[in-house]
Design a protein around this ligand. Structure first.
Ligand code: SF4
Length: 360
């Protein structure tokens, strides 16, 4: 899905760093508790330094739900995150995304129409219970579908706990949109490739197997995490003897298998931050976070698993200029780039999110 950002006035592109910083800090002070700025870990340094709270998707969703006093939630992240904040926030709160062009290609790989077709095929072929589980990196429509069909959302932090419980209950799973998070989590729980089936959105002649797979994986992926390969793991091991390789589960299973540790963004931060001085880390996740970890842990060596920048260009669209432009407008009483989810969609999506938060 394309979201169009109108060009922001020229003046915001020519201001000096110092001027922008001063104006952002002044507006923050002026608006006080009416404003909360949330920043995802993958944001640029120039932006995240203004965040009242930083976190991964789950933490930010919870913070949005708890920010009762704030009239304005400025979300420095991507579109689906701002939608989630709108769904979990109260009716009088306004969620603002400083650059509307900041979408998530992975979220856009699961469209409602395709999901409805897949679900129809699954439920007409099998007599066992399937639960649709969507990674929070998905559109509000897809979350709403899951809420309406006995399903829920998950994040990379709580996916293992949620999938374990569903399998324990003897149910089967349709997991979307990220094939790799689904496969890595299922394999951690002891499933094998034989227990899985890969759904292909564009294959109209696809045939489901006779026996119901334990998990059906959608064919979505994150282009940023796909850039880490097994060869990168071999390379860092030869270059940095004793290195610990830690990767995000959006990486392929081949990369996860070769790594020492894998887990959510939050898990990666805790592992590197809590490691002894002198330790060496090769991290397979978005470069802004890897560079920040390196800067904040100067007594350790922290490098990217892929020396060629793995940057999320969508997260990177939120610039200091866009943030200032959005805040300037708020200061003048004008809300720009508000993200709103239709009430009927929000109601069903909230069911899916609440089920996740209860199980987390
Ligand atoms: S890092 Fe990947 S999953 Fe996250 S916002 Fe960017 S494209 Fe989407």
């Amino acid at each position: 899905m394309e979201y169009n950002q109108q060009p922001i006035p020229e003046e915001y592109l020519t201001l000096s760093e110092e001027e922008m910083e001063k104006r952002i800090r002044d507006i923050k002070e002026e608006l006080g508790s009416k404003l909360v700025i949330l920043g995802h870990h993958y944001q640029r340094d120039e932006v995240i330094r203004f965040a009242d709270h930083r976190g991964d998707s789950l933490r930010l969703s919870q913070l949005a739900a708890e920010a009762h006093e704030a009239e304005y939630i400025v979300f420095c992240g991507v579109h689906f995150m701002a939608e989630t904040a709108d769904i979990l926030g109260s009716a009088d709160q306004k969620v603002i995304l400083p650059d509307l062009g900041a979408g998530c290609p992975m979220a856009d790989m699961a469209e409602l129409e395709d999901l409805e077709r897949c679900w129809e095929e699954i439920t007409s072929q099998y007599n066992v219970e399937f639960v649709p589980i969507t990674y929070v990196n998905s559109t509000a429509d897809v979350k709403a579908f899951c809420g309406d069909h006995g399903g829920l959302t998950c994040t990379s932090s709580n996916a293992p706990k949620i999938l374990e419980q569903i399998f324990k209950d003897g149910k089967h799973v349709l997991f979307l949109p990220d094939e790799h998070l689904g496969r890595n989590t299922a394999m951690d729980l002891g499933l094998t490739e034989e227990d899985m089936f890969q759904w292909k959105r564009d294959d109209w002649d696809i045939e489901l197997p006779d026996n119901p797979p334990k998990i059906i994986l959608w064919d979505g992926y994150c282009g940023v995490h796909m850039r880490f390969t097994p060869a990168h793991v071999d390379y860092v091991r030869s270059k940095y003897p004793g290195v610990k390789v830690i990767v995000h589960p959006e990486c392929t299973h081949e990369v996860v298998e070769k790594s020492d540790l894998h887990g959510s963004t939050d898990f990666i931060i805790r592992q590197v931050t809590g490691a002894p001085a002198g330790s060496v880390w090769a991290v397979g996740t978005e470069i802004n976070l890897v560079n920040r970890l390196a800067k904040e842990n100067p007594e350790k060596t922290v490098v990217s698993l892929n020396e060629n920048m793995c940057l999320c260009v969508m997260m990177n669209r939120i610039s200091q200029s866009h943030l200032l432009w959005a805040l300037d407008n708020l200061y003048q009483g004008k809300v720009v780039n508000q993200i709103t989810v239709k009430p009927e969609v929000a109601k069903s999506a909230k069911i899916a999110l609440d089920r996740m938060l209860e199980m987390s």
